[in-house]
Design a protein around this ligand. Structure first.
Ligand SMILES: Cc1cc2nc3c(=O)[nH]c(=O)nc-3n(C[C@H](O)[C@H](O)[C@H](O)COP(=O)(O)OP(=O)(O)OC[C@H]3O[C@@H](n4cnc5c(N)ncnc54)[C@H](O)[C@@H]3O)c2cc1C
Length: 442
């Protein structure tokens, strides 16, 4: 008989676990509370725009090896749009435009030549940034990096002022969904070391133009269906507990109990897992997670006759929105999305409608041709708890992906994968958990 695994949650971590387990001959069943899979990466449509709207634009870096490997297994990689090299356009008030681009030289020179041509920073700022790039490129990861915020580490190395506002803050917000003042330097170090300063291929951005569901989720579901996997939707897990004899896990859902599986793998977000296991006996292993919190990402989708930028995305300066994405064009309308990371403070101050109007109202400063009155539709999405906030000191409290307790295994972007909580961390954690399960059941 083939070993059996019950996977809780059908986000990228759950799907990655399922694919890797099925590939190792293990029979898998996934339970998901929502009527669709994908977790924090999904697309939906509205009557006025049936072509698909992502819950928020997601960007990969060339260093996302585990996600690329997963897409090689299930298909879907050919739907990605990788840049040939890192290229970030900037849009500033007063029609000021600039581009930060890498070239083909070995790292960190690939970024330095582009930096030298970057018109928004002066020579002194460029030289001090170049010094940091060299320093980080040849530094190794240390536990002490988790004792400082990114801001403390950078400002101690003359990275304040314009360098902070034009280069570091947008980078930290985009990759870590938190302000440099609150996030651990360790996570920024990883983004730089593995991604931005990792090399020409590793640092380039990979866009997902055909949408999250059709690129990342449907290929995995189709592959699983073809390989004997089962997914049960609308199954909300209500508690995870052990049977009297202490060896069997019982997963209680709104559709009854699930038991008898050789292993259970939780691919749930950290809050849900903690709540579902209260009183189960594994509490103590998860106690350190009590201080964990997430931060929100706000996305304002709007449809406008003109395409505001020629590139697929741009970093915005001088307005509250941080990034602008051009998603797709159909008929005479272009779908744009404004993104604000670390949006917790913002979203509790104004209503959605007020926020949407005021964010659109700021855009003429950057795009004189933009008239908010010509916006045909807009739609604001807020993903509360979009990602775990990696404040200093949190790394040791992130449990390792793999076996947690008896035959309960753990995965999720928030586990200690050696990466910040991202799509890559989710997929890697799934692969790591699957490897641990396969070692134990075979
Ligand atoms: C707006 C936004 C933008 C982002 N941008 C980027 C980006 O550009 N690049 C990047 O790398 N990352 C980005 N991320 C982060 C990325 O989406 C996540 O790191 C990743 O999707 C997490 O996957 P996961 O499987 O670990 O968790 P999740 O996707 O949260 O999966 C958990 C699953 O468990 C299910 N679940 C929860 N509770 C229960 C229950 N009680 N019973 C049954 N099922 C349950 C959920 O419905 C969900 O399907 C972004 C996130 C958001 C929200």
């Amino acid at each position: 008989m083939r070993p059996t695994a019950l996977i809780l949650g059908a986000g990228l971590a759950g799907l990655s676990t399922a694919v890797h387990l099925a590939n190792k001959g293990i029979e898998i069943t996934i339970l998901e509370k929502r009527p669709f899979a994908g977790g924090r990466t999904y697309s939906f449509s509205r009557e006025f725009w049936p072509y698909g709207i992502d819950n928020g634009p997601h960007v990969m870096l060339g260093c996302y090896k585990a996600l690329l490997e997963l897409l090689d297994i299930v298909g879907g990689r050919n739907r990605l749009n990788p840049q040939s090299r890192l290229l970030v356009p900037y849009v500033l008030p007063g029609s000021v435009r600039a581009v930060l681009a890498a070239n083909a030289l070995p790292p960190p020179l690939h970024l330095l030549s582009g930096l030298m041509r970057f018109s928004l920073l002066g020579w002194r700022e460029k030289m001090s940034l170049a010094k940091i790039f060299f320093k980080i490129r040849f530094m190794s990861e240390e536990d002490s990096f988790d004792h400082h915020t990114a801001y403390e580490w950078l400002s101690g190395r003359h990275q304040g002022g314009k360098t902070m506002e034009i280069f570091w803050r947008p980078l930290v917000l985009a990759t870590l969904n938190e302000q440099p003042e609150n996030v651990s330097f360790l996570q920024l170090f990883r983004v730089l070391k593995l991604g931005i300063l990792g090399g020409r291929d590793e640092s380039r951005l990979i866009l997902i133009p055909e949408g999250l569901t059709s690129t990342l989720v449907e290929p995995a579901l189709d592959w699983l269906a073809g390989n004997g996997g089962r997914i049960e939707l609308n199954r909300r897990i209500e508690c995870i507990k052990w049977a009297e004899d202490e060896d069997k896990i019982i997963v209680q859902t709104n559709h009854g109990g699930y038991e008898g599986y050789d292993v259970v793998v939780s691919a749930l977000p950290f809050r849900n897992l903690r709540l579902l296991t209260l009183d189960s006996g594994i509490d103590t292993s998860l106690e350190a997670m009590e201080g964990f919190r997430g931060n929100a990402i706000l996305n304002l989708h709007f449809w406008f006759p003109e395409q505001l930028i020629s590139a697929p995305m741009a970093c915005l300066q001088g307005v509250r929105s941080q990034w602008l994405f051009v998603q797709s064009r159909h008929g005479d309308l272009t779908h744009h999305t404004l993104v604000i990371s670390s949006a917790d403070e913002l979203i509790f101050k104004e209503s959605k409608q007020e926020l949407a109007q005021s964010l659109l109202g700021e855009l003429p400063e950057l795009f004189p041709q933009f008239n908010p009155g010509e916006v045909k539709f807009h739609y604001l999405t807020i993903e509360k708890n979009a990602t775990l906030v990696c404040k200093p000191g949190i790394e040791a409290a992130r449990p390792l992906p793999g076996r947690l307790w008896k035959n309960l295994y753990l995965t999720g972007d928030w586990t200690r994968t050696g990466l910040p909580p991202t799509m890559e961390s989710a997929v890697l954690s799934g692969r790591m958990a699957a490897e641990a399960v396969a070692r134990d059941v075979n």
